[in-house]
Design a binder for this molecule. Structure first.
Ligand SMILES: *Cc1c(COP(=O)(O)O)cnc(C)c1O
Length: 245
């Protein structure tokens, strides 16, 4: 159902709806984790608030959500102010000139795919004395229009990131090709997990490869079955976005 926020009194209703959706997602994550012999505590559910109004973030906070994801820096800064104690994940394409806004506002960045941008981020994080946990975005299906590094380039980028003091590599992230059905994404999730395991076998610190950020509304249960530790969920919690981006 498309979201409409018509009047102030809707706030309570909205928080209740968001909470029900969030709990349903958690329940699905728990069941998927159990199918793979894993537990709910191994998976962080990140609520993706892009395009949704500030009031929705307030309602989500009241609903008990503690991890939020945003794609656009400017849009996020206002929202972060209303949920400062939450953990914020930057999941969008990162431009170098926006790097200065990240340390202190976001704790995680899922979309690192260029050494130059990462080093700008390191400089900014050092200046602010704030740690940023980062994930390398992998262009797993090697789609020309998508961000992310090619699978064979991940190791080089990881080597660069491991030299930083404030920007800390923590794992890998993918946005696989749009699935027609959840199962379509499974092969990409498996591929990312195998890539992570290959790097681990080469002796990279397990802390730097701890997380797999994979799974969105259409395929998160499959992602959890394949080892996801962070699912990024928008529509299943907040409803359809009117702006599709
Ligand atoms: C929008 C977005 C999401 C959430 O997508 P849904 O399909 O609404 O769950 C997750 N990750 C990224 C990178 C996104 O841009």
């Amino acid at each position: 159902m498309p979201y409409t926020f018509s009047w102030w009194g809707n706030k309570v209703v909205e928080a209740k709806r968001i909470r029900e959706n969030y709990l349903r997602v958690m329940e699905n994550v728990e069941k998927a984790a159990a199918r793979a012999g894993r537990s709910l505590s191994e998976v962080t559910v990140i609520a993706v608030t892009k395009t949704f109004a500030l009031e929705i973030v307030k309602a989500a906070k009241e609903a008990g959500i503690t991890h939020f994801g945003e794609n656009y820096v400017q849009e996020a800064l206002e929202k972060i102010k209303v949920a400062e104690n939450a953990t914020w994940h930057f999941i969008g394409r990162l431009q170098r000139n926006k790097a200065k806004y990240l340390p202190g506002n976001f704790q995680w960045v899922h979309s690192i795919d260029k050494a130059e941008v990462a080093s700008t981020l390191e400089r900014r994080a050092a200046g602010a004395e704030k740690t940023l946990h980062v994930l390398i975005q992998v262009n797993i299906a090697e789609e020309p229009t998508k961000g992310g590094v090619a699978p064979e380039k991940v190791q080089d980028l990881l080597d660069e990131l491991l030299q930083f003091q404030f920007v800390k590599p923590r794992g890998l992230m993918i946005i696989p090709p749009l699935p027609e059905k959840p199962e379509d994404s499974r092969k990409w999730f498996v591929k990312l997990r195998e890539l992570r395991d290959q790097l681990k076998a080469k002796g990279y610190p397990s802390e730097a490869l701890q997380h797999l950020s994979m799974g969105m509304t259409d395929d998160y249960t499959v992602a959890v079955e394949e080892g996801s530790t962070m699912v990024r969920i928008g529509r299943a919690i907040f409803g359809e976005r009117r702006l599709n981006r």
